[in-house]
Design a protein around this ligand. Structure first.
Ligand code: CMP
Length: 140
């Protein structure tokens, strides 16, 4: 038996500003990923720093934190068989210029930083990232 897996998706400030959050959520659903939790929030600088702490030594860290706090985002928990990999396929490569046609980043991303969506890169990180945004009481 294959157990359903959870993953975290963020719809970033650029995509929310463009008014495509609904399209993105609809795409996840049409691809068979179930929305277990969803909320709109505006990250503080401290929260964005904490979420991306793994990148703290990278040259793009400060720009990434500034971008992720420039407007509201949506956070979602998605569930499905192989959800982590499925979500990454739907998002496409980190750099929208290299993302396959039809992927979310190819459709809605403007550059390697302003790339419309985030998705967990492993089941282990999915657990950490879903717990960062959601309590058990917020998951259905
Ligand atoms: P994300 O999937 O949210 O994970 C880390 C983010 O850092 C990534 O998407 C990009 O938004 C950003 N990022 C990764 N590499 C670079 C880079 N070389 N320059 C600027 N931003 C980057």
């Amino acid at each position: 038996m294959i157990l359903p897996e959870l993953t975290l998706s963020l719809i970033k400030p650029d995509a929310v500003q463009k008014g495509v959050a609904g399209q993105i959520i609809g795409r996840f659903e049409s691809e068979g990923l179930r929305v277990v939790a969803c909320k709109k929030l505006w990250l503080t600088t401290a929260q964005a720093r904490a979420f991306y702490a793994v990148h703290a030594q990278r040259p793009f860290y400060e720009g990434l934190v500034a971008f992720m706090t420039e407007g509201p985002i949506y956070a979602l928990i998605l569930e499905g068989e192989g959800a982590v990999l499925r979500n990454r396929e739907i998002m496409g490569a980190t750099d929208p210029a290299k993302a396959a046609p039809g992927t979310l980043r190819a459709l809605f991303g403007d550059g390697i930083e302003r790339n419309a969506v985030h998705g967990s890169d492993s089941p282990e990180n999915a657990r950490i990232e879903t717990d960062f945004f959601f309590s058990q009481l917020e998951r259905f």
